[in-house]
Design a protein around this ligand. Structure first.
Ligand code: ADP
Length: 479
């Protein structure tokens, strides 16, 4: 199949979260399976310097944006046979300090930036000589593409247009802009109404994708069900319930070539389910690196996360307050909301021998935390799929998760199946429920055999890409 993927972030070029991991791995997996694959993404600041192999292509885009025209260059790289990554080079929009926001504020022109990006995607879908059969869009930043393609097919004689599939990685981000932003799509009014791209008088990019894509998927089966309910639907549950065929949940996979405990350049002490001595050494190294007492017997909890409301940070902080007088350590790597950042810093200040906090983004440290911790906290309010709980399973770090979305789909609690237990789940969104789950963890930790049982189950769990790839290919074939 000839597949064009589009995403506002792609690992290893740019990343703020799981979306980047998923697109990076999916592109490789499709190419390895023998498909012809293109990935389109913006050329952000610093990418060309970090990847000097990226070359300018002799192809210029000059596309209408409301009443003016915007130009961009096309740059490209072929990291793998059968896979080309296309970069949209438009410094005015993408040569910035960050991807979407700075100093806690969204860029004022995000609408313009990603409407333009979506136009570039539709342009490539139409004119790339290898003629993609399927265009796979991801999240709001590219969700206008199905409407753009549909319109060009209807009005401009684009015969045999590619089919479109939109994947929702997080329904909480919808790309909502004032009505005036719609002019930048250069679409006629036919698409701006309550059954289309309009949401209470505003432009809602994600909604446009849900309505106009040939197929809509999301990143776990449970999240697919949840988002059709008012509780998790973020105002779009009605639109999602109307989708035909219904929204399909395809669980994200893990790139085990990167997230591995043996031969991993980020880890000094390899280990496996058979021999966990390297994990003990990783724990000691992590404690030392972060300035905590090197204590093998104290359970070490960890978290690596965006500091946003979604991730359950408020109940995490409150549960830690309850638990920290006891015998445990906690390490956090994260960045985001300044209030949460300060709260964690304060906690580290009050419990210098028990809490270590690193603010910022650090890929290497994220591997070392996954490897060195005994337990991993993920008390999300909602979680479309979640990757860190799957990384934790593979690294023998027992995840403690709230039973929502992909967390519920990937972790097995002893109450569900004692023989297959791989983590600890709790249901109620409260600090008490999380603290109770952490208590259970402390009890498990005191029983070395029981802990090994959890670790063995987790490390044996396989969330590799093959299954995910099969799910997407089936979805693509169906359109
Ligand atoms: P989300 O996409 O909602 O942020 P996921 O669990 O799906 O959550 O994916 C998060 C990804 O981002 C993981 O690969 C995680 O390790 C990584 N990550 C998040 N925060 C940081 C950080 N501060 N430093 C390094 N990696 C991070």
């Amino acid at each position: 199949m000839r597949i064009l993927l589009a995403s506002s972030e792609v690992h290893p070029y740019s990343k703020t979260g799981g979306l980047a991991d998923m697109i990076g791995a999916l592109g490789k997996a499709f190419a390895r399976a023998g498909h012809h694959v293109g990935v389109v993404t913006p050329l952000y600041r610093g990418v060309a310097a970090r990847f000097p192999e990226i070359r300018r292509v002799d192809w210029r885009m000059d596309l209408p944006l409301a009443t003016w025209h915007a130009r961009a260059e096309l740059w490209a790289l072929e990291p793998l046979k059968g896979l080309t990554v296309y970069f949209i080079h438009k410094p005015k929009f993408f040569d910035r300090g960050s991807l979407y926001h700075e100093h806690g504020k969204d860029y004022h022109d995000n609408g313009e930036r990603f409407i333009f990006f979506s136009k570039c995607v539709a342009h490539l879908a139409r004119y790339l000589p290898w003629q993609p059969e399927v265009v796979h869009l991801n999240d709001w930043q590219t969700a206008l593409v199905p409407a753009l393609i549909l319109h060009q097919a209807r009005r401009e004689g684009w015969g045999n247009r590619p089919r479109t599939c939109l994947t929702i990685h997080n329904l909480a981000y919808q790309g909502v802009f004032p009505r005036s932003a719609y002019a930048m799509t250069n679409l006629p009014g036919d698409y701006f109404h309550p059954e289309g791209a309009e949401y209470f008088g505003k432009l809602n990019c994600l909604k446009a994708g849900i309505v106009y894509a040939d197929r809509v998927t999301t990143v776990s089966p449970r999240y697919a069900r949840e988002i059709t309910t008012e509780e998790f639907g973020c105002g779009l549950d009605g639109v999602l319930r109307k989708r035909k065929p219904p929204v399909q949940g395809i669980l994200n996979g893990v790139d085990y070539e990167e997230w591995k405990t043996i031969g991993n350049p980020h880890l000094s002490y390899p280990f496996s389910a058979e021999d966990l001595s390297g994990k003990a050494a990783s724990k000691a190294a992590l404690q030392q690196e972060l300035g905590l007492p090197v204590e093998p017997k104290i359970p070490l909890f960890g978290a690596i996360t965006r500091l946003t409301e979604q991730k359950g940070i408020d109940i995490e902080l409150a549960a830690l307050e309850q638990m920290l007088p006891g015998n445990l350590q906690f390490v956090l790597l994260g960045s985001g909301d300044h209030g949460y950042e300060r709260a964690f810093q304060k906690l580290a200040h009050r419990f210098p021998n028990k809490v270590a906090v690193r603010l910022g983004y650090d890929q290497g440290l994220s591997h070392r935390i996954e490897a060195g911790c005994d337990f991993y906290l993920m008390p999300s309010k909602f979680e479309p799929c979640g990757l860190n709980q799957m990384y934790s399973l593979r690294y023998g770090t027992v995840p403690i998760v709230r039973a929502v979305g992909g967390l519920d789909d990937t972790v097995v609690d002893a109450a569900e199946d004692p023989a297959a237990a791989s983590g600890i789940k709790f249901v109620e969104y409260s600090a008490n429920a999380l603290a109770k789950a952490m208590h259970k963890a402390v009890v498990i930790y005191a029983d070395a055999e029981l802990l090994r049982h959890y670790q063995r189950n987790g490390m044996a769990a396989d969330y590799s890409w093959d299954r995910t790839v099969g799910g997407y290919l089936e979805a693509f074939q169906s359109v």
